[in-house]
Design a protein around this ligand. Structure first.
Ligand SMILES: Cc1cc2nc3c(=O)[nH]c(=O)nc-3n(C[C@H](O)[C@H](O)[C@H](O)COP(=O)(O)O)c2cc1C
Length: 407
């Protein structure tokens, strides 16, 4: 996420300045271009040389430095920045920024930049809780600056309380998350443009095959993955038909919802909608077999043994694969307990799918009735993409992003 991002680090005159050395190192290792601006106060705590070596760039210590790299422009770094981070931020710089001062390179850069500014205050707790400091922080927040609040604990001044600068790892994570969220937002907007107006059909949850009027053969599918896929498509402006087996979930508002019970019922509705559908994602767990002779009345437990004869259900996915027209996309799911990739690949080919979502339902936090899932996406071109453990809602967007690439 941070590759080639230009991060300007402002270091001010606080004892926690030593932690910023590690922050710069982490940012640089993650691919960011890091430029450091030090206030005069900061130079009493850490040397310019240290930051120069760690960042790999000259350090700006004065507005009047002749920094050739930035053509001596006093706002060059402000323009270059993807983010300005002030860590540690002294009470002094908070006050200066609150009133809009520009008496050194750091305050001038902050005033001139259009990039997001992250402030990491660190100071003695009395200084931090002083109404003047709190008011200044409030002003900066109101102006849209990001503030990473200090932690409580032992302070360098010998007291304990709030004011300690978070560790470098925490600040780094905050910055990385900020850019990750921005990227996600951008991806969603792209997806929105592509899915808008598309007709999609999603099947979800497990079917129920009746044994008698009170009993059925079912499976553990909750419908969470399918409903998340339908919801994501609705949010991206697609026309969504959700055909679902029984589920305790609320269908997403805006989707045409068709509740069904058995595999044959599901087949009938799927085939009805298929001809004018752009994309079908079959996340339902459809029963492979149904009971041949469904009892008219509740079966009594008079016999020691009960034998049910099962007939094979129609293979909806396979039928769709045969009916599929050029331009239609068909995505299946493979929930397996063994030989995941092998079975998923076989299903992809046999059923003429464009993509298959494979999940090993034996893995903790994956598969049935969990809010998270661990999946692999297999493409027709032989590609296999392994995704990390994620919420089903997040995965739904990723699945749609990959599907849209196929259209
Ligand atoms: C040893 C020492 C430690 C200091 N630590 C802090 C601190 O952690 N936070 C803070 O806000 N000020 C601290 N100060 C006070 C600032 O250095 C001082 O307000 C200075 O004017 C800040 O200038 P600057 O914001 O331009 O860097 C400390 C001062 C000294 C002498």
């Amino acid at each position: 996420m941070l590759q080639d991002k230009n991060i300007i680090i402002g270091v001010t005159g606080g004892i926690a300045a030593y932690k910023t050395v590690e922050l710069v190192s982490r940012l640089r290792k993650s691919g960011a271009n890091v430029h450091v601006i030090m206030t005069q106060g900061a130079q009493n705590f850490v040397t310019e040389l240290t930051f120069r070596e760690i960042s790999g760039h000259p350090v700006v210590t004065s507005m009047w430095d002749r920094v050739q790299e930035f053509k001596v422009e006093h706002i060059a770094l402000a323009q270059l920045a993807d983010m300005v981070v002030i860590a540690p931020a002294t009470a002094n710089i908070l006050a200066k920024m609150a009133i809009g001062m520009a008496d050194d390179m750091l305050t001038t850069t902050v005033l001139a930049t259009k990039a997001p500014v992250l402030v990491v205050p660190a100071m003695n707790s009395n200084m931090y809780t002083n109404p003047a400091t709190q008011q200044n922080i409030g002003i900066l927040k109101d102006r849209g600056m990001l503030v990473l609040e200090p932690a409580s604990g032992h302070l360098a001044c010998g007291t304990a309380g709030i004011g300690r600068m978070p560790e470098a790892a925490e600040i780094f994570d905050y910055i990385a998350n900020y850019f990750a969220e921005g990227r996600e937002q951008q991806d969603r907007e792209e997806l929105l443009a592509k899915l808008k107006g598309k007709k999609v059909l999603v099947t979800a949850a497990g079917t129920r095959e009746p044994i008698d009027p009170v009993r059925y053969i079912g499976n553990r599918s909750s419908g969470k993955m399918g409903y998340a896929i339908a919801e994501a498509a609705v949010k991206c402006g697609a026309k969504v038909v959700l055909i679902s087996g029984p589920s305790s979930l609320q269908p997403p508002a805006g989707a045409e919802f068709i509740p069904v019970e058995s595999a044959r019922e599901m087949r009938q509705h799927v085939l009805e909608h298929f001809p004018n559908t752009d994309v079908v994602i079959k996340a339902a767990a459809v029963a492979d077999y149904r009971v041949r002779d469904v009892a008219e009345n509740k079966i009594k437990k008079d016999d020691e043994e009960l034998v049910l004869v099962l007939d094979k259900n129609p293979d909806i996915l396979k039928e769709l694969g045969q009916l599929k027209k050029p331009g239609q996309i068909l995505v299946g799911f493979a929930a397996e307990t063994q030989n995941l990739l092998q079975y998923a690949k076989g299903k992809l080919e046999k059923k003429n799918l464009d993509m298959i979502v494979a999940n090993d339902v034996t893995k903790p936090q994956a598969g049935f009735n969990t809010d998270t899932n661990l999946i692999k996406l297999l493409g027709r071109d032989g590609s296999v993409e392994e995704l990390p453990l994620m919420s089903k809602k997040e995965l739904a967007y990723i699945i749609w992003q990959r599907v849209m690439k196929l259209l």
